[in-house]
Design a protein around this ligand. Structure first.
Ligand SMILES: [Zn+2]
Length: 56
């Protein structure tokens, strides 16, 4: 649900496709670990800051 993006192992572009890269036809990999990642934490942190500033 969360990591819908796939990354092409050949050209390095991101796509929502699951079978193959729409740009070069290369194999797709999941660029993020399926569970918790440091990036997650960072996003949550930024969200918190925004909320505290009343932007959300
Ligand atoms: Zn590609």
């Amino acid at each position: 649900m969360r990591w819908l993006l796939r990354k092409c192992s050949r050209c390095g572009r991101y796509t929502l496709r699951r079978d193959k890269c729409p740009y070069c036809g290369g194999e797709l990999i999941v660029p993020h670990p399926p569970r918790y990642s440091p990036q997650d934490k960072y996003v949550e942190y930024r969200y918190k800051i925004k909320k505290e500033k009343g932007l959300i």
